[in-house]
Design a protein around this ligand. Structure first.
Ligand code: UDP
Ligand code: MN
Length: 276
């Protein structure tokens, strides 16, 4: 029999997963990631931070990258980190660049299956906007409006290698920071501006990415396995978290342990774990 020749299938090793973090969040946000989804993508996931941290360098098997960007939460510092994330990806041979925040849960096998539907040799900007209409800013000559969509960084987004290569002359080697400075907008918005406005490639909206700008409680239990990312936030006294049973809220306020056990019950900390 003759076999059909196909392009090689997408595997986890084709994906560069970058997580933006900061010194003051290492101890509060990284442990839950390291206990859960990082275990499924240890070699593919890198943490971009703003300090040296021996403890977490050890816990991540050397996957903490000190960007030397400022640790303040301003536009320049955040664009600086995104710029280092992007440049680091370009220096790998990975087919996909996927960015997440340190308050995201990434459904790793789902992310890989999802990317397998797209060709990394084509231009793809995959993510989810958090606004209802495209952003409008005044053009450089102040004579017209520039309209573009951007994928919310806090929901996660992915770029194909082909697109990243097209962005290189505009955005590599720190040029991402200059563009962010010029338009004076945050890192994820700058990304949208470069791709949608300067390169003219449209964002493909993927509903399965989720930031805490949307209410997590509306994610249906029977559709959880299909979702790519989740998040959490505490607004005053109320938590915006995925509604899922599993582990007592006392030990799992952001619900990531319960979410992980729902998806991967074989993990040793999961109640009712079944051996697969
Ligand atoms: N962050 C950062 N530097 C800071 C503050 C935050 O790099 O000074 C990162 C943080 O680790 C996270 C992202 O920016 O990955 C968003 O931060 P946060 O969740 O606190 O704010 P949000 O914008 O979601 O309200
Ligand atoms: Mn957040």
């Amino acid at each position: 029999a003759t076999a059909t020749i196909r392009p090689p299938a997408t595997t986890l090793d084709d994906v560069f997963i970058s997580v933006k973090t900061t010194k003051s969040y290492h101890s509060s946000r990284l442990p839950i990631i390291l206990k859960t989804w990082f275990q499924l993508a240890k070699r593919q996931t890198w943490f971009f931070t703003d300090t040296d941290d021996e403890e977490f360098q050890l816990k991540t098997n050397g996957h903490m990258i000190n960007t030397n960007c400022s640790s303040s939460h301003n536009r320049k510092a955040l664009c600086c980190k995104m710029s280092v994330e992007f440049d680091t990806f370009l220096n790998t041979d990975k087919k996909w660049f996927c960015h997440f925040d340190d308050d995201n849960y990434v459904n790793v096998p789902r992310l890989v299956r999802f990317l397998a539907d797209y060709n990394p040799r084509e231009d793809w900007y995959l993510g989810k906007p958090s606004i209802q209409a495209p952003l409008e800013i005044v053009s450089k000559d102040k004579k017209s409006m520039v309209r573009f969509w951007f994928a919310t960084g806090g929901a996660g987004f992915c770029l194909s290698r082909a697109l990243a290569l097209k962005m290189m002359p505009l955005a590599s080697d720190g040029k991402f920071i200059s563009i962010g400075e010029r338009i004076r907008l945050p890192d994820d918005v700058t990304m949208g501006y470069i791709i949608e406005h300067l390169i003219k490639k449209p964002l493909t909206v993927i509903d399965e990415f989720h930031s805490h700008l949307e209410p997590m409680k509306f994610i249906r239990k029977d559709l959880i396995e299909q979702q790519i990312s989740f998040s959490y936030a505490k607004l005053k006294e109320e938590w915006n978290v995925v509604r899922i049973d599993g582990i007592d809220e006392k030990f799992d306020q952001n619900r990531f342990l319960s979410l992980h056990c729902f998806l991967f019950p074989r993990f040793n900390f999961c109640p009712n774990r079944r051996k697969k």
